[in-house]
Design a protein around this ligand. Structure first.
Ligand code: BES
Ligand code: MN
Ligand code: ZN
Length: 469
């Protein structure tokens, strides 16, 4: 891991054994120029001789008698997070234990990127990577503190996704959520009996194929003086085999990540409480496994949802929308004014937008735009898809109010239309099936859980607080 601290010293006079100098397409940048002068033009010569073009990700470690210098390419002006993330990974590879750098560009995203980029999930490996402490010159205390709290929320969400499904069962997810109690979040967990008593028939049907009991988690963060409220719903399938509509091995391989929506909600609560955001947050997670057994739900089953609507099951792999239908109805019963739902809902969203961009669906345009803007500020990629009303007929069932799947086409839209059937208050749904789980390492982290959504939730909560103030 990378530990960050602030230093009053500039890069030039700092005593660190390794100094970071940025190189852009125009040559040495920022404090690199002063350092170059002090070294009699040595850095500039190294840049020319090594043919560094200042491209993103270029890096060259120089051993000088005065100490080591890492020349690091910035590329054209881009997201400071990506630069920070790449630098963190390059620094960890050097094997040094200490270094100094001055942020390039806007400090906040750069610092956030450093922390996100250095995330590792190695608790099941015998050998852990060595850590490095990076002293940051010219960074305000508030910037570092904020980035650390946000990154902690993201890291927790990533950990929860990365935990294997034999460890992170629905009960284990509930236990993890209860840990938020120590941070000033009220957490309640309903067991199977309580879930049945409430009438969450769709959620229970998905859960019934597993020997692991389901858990319904509700969260409440109520800071004094909060004038706005945001309700969050996260898909919490701790493993999705597809049920009797069984997934092939390749598709099932990453399905421990089918609780990434829940993880984003939990990560956001942790960070929001640490930051003391002046917004009331509520969270709801229907946690269970989707498995096959003699008591699993079947095709043709008709389920009674908490909302009162009945659903005919035509595909047991469309389980997320069933659990979410009950969680959404519960949120509404709890008095939600607006709901943001995050779920790894459809492969169709990944086909439509690829692995990096989440699909955004909004039942109210204004709220949709607010979420889109929040995501943009947070550096998370989302793009709207339409809640095309004429496709609602794909969900018609001859025997129940709805069926749980449409035909081959427009799968992400149809799933979002299904969710919208269960709430009357404004709903934005982020289908994060693509960006929740990285199949390979990237600038902001290793392969595995990304914690996608945590930063968008926080940015949205902050915007709502500003509006409400
Ligand atoms: N959890 C999956 C969606 C998913 C796919 C998440 C790929 C992450 C990566 C969801 O439960 C699912 O199986 N959806 C089905 C819906 C279909 C049966 C209508 C799908 O996308 O195939
Ligand atoms: Mn599924
Ligand atoms: Zn699923």
């Amino acid at each position: 891991m990378l530990a960050l601290r602030r230093t009053e010293a500039g890069v030039l006079e700092a005593k660190a054994p390794l100094k970071v100098v940025f190189v852009g397409p125009e040559g040495l940048l920022g404090s690199g120029k002063a350092l170059d002068e002090a070294l009699g033009g040595l850095l500039g010569r190294a840049v020319r001789e090594a043919g560094l073009k200042g491209e993103a990700g270029e890096s060259l470690l120089l051993a000088l008698s005065e100490g080591h210098v890492l020349l690091f390419g910035t590329g054209q002006e881009g997201d400071g997070r990506v630069l920070g993330g790449r630098l963190a990974q390059a620094l960890l590879k050097t094997g040094f234990r200490e270094a100094v750098a001055e942020p390039y560009g806007e400090a906040y995203p750069f610092v956030e990127g450093l922390l996100l980029g250095s995330y590792r999930f190695d608790r099941y490996k015998e050998r852990e990577e060595r850590g490095l402490t990076l002293a940051l010159s010219g960074v305000e205390e508030g910037v570092l503190e904020r980035a650390q709290k946000v990154a902690q929320g993201v890291a927790w969400a990533r950990d929860l996704v990365n935990e294997p499904p034999n460890v992170l069962t629905p009960s284990a997810l509930a236990e993890a959520a209860l840990g938020l109690g120590a941070h000033g979040v009220e957490v309640g967990v309903l067991d199977e009996e309580a879930i049945r008593a409430l009438g969450m028939g769709a959620f229970l049907a998905v859960a019934q194929g597993s020997d692991q009991p389901p858990r319904f988690i509700h969260l409440r963060y109520r800071p004094a003086g909060a004038r706005v409220r945001l309700d969050l719903v996260g898909k919490g399938i701790t493993f999705d085999s597809g049920g009797y509509s069984l997934k092939p091995t390749e598709s099932m391989a990453t399905m421990k990540g089918d609780m990434a929506g829940a993880a984003a909600v939990l990560g956001a609560f942790l960070a929001a409480a640490a930051l003391g955001l002046p917004v009331e947050l509520r969270g709801y997670i229907a946690a269970c496994e989707n498995l096959v057994s003699g008591h699993a739900y079947k095709l043709g089953d008709i389920l009674k949802t908490l909302s009162g609507k009945t659903v005919e099951v035509m595909n047991t792999d469309a389980e997320g929308r069933l659990t979410l239908a009950d969680a959404l109805a519960y949120a509404q019963k709890e008095g939600a004014e607006r709901i943001l739902a995050l779920s790894t809902l459809t492969g169709a969203a990944v086909v439509a937008l690829g692995e990096e961009v989440a699909a955004l669906f909004a039942t109210e345009e204004g709220f949709g735009q607010e979420v889109q803007e929040a995501a943009r500020r947070a550096g998370e990629k989302v793009w709207p898809l339409p809640l095309e009303g004429s496709y609602r007929e794909k969900l018609k069932s001859p025997v129940a109010d709805l069926k749980n799947v449409g035909d081959r086409y427009g799968g992400a839209i149809v799933a979002a239309l299904f969710l919208a059937e269960f709430v009357k208050v404004p709903l934005v749904h982020l289908d994060i099936a693509g960006p929740a789980f990285a199949r390979k390492a990237h600038a902001l982290g290793p392969e595995g859980g990304t914690g996608f959504g945590v930063r968008t939730i926080l940015a949205l909560a902050e915007a709502l607080a500003r509006e409400g103030a």
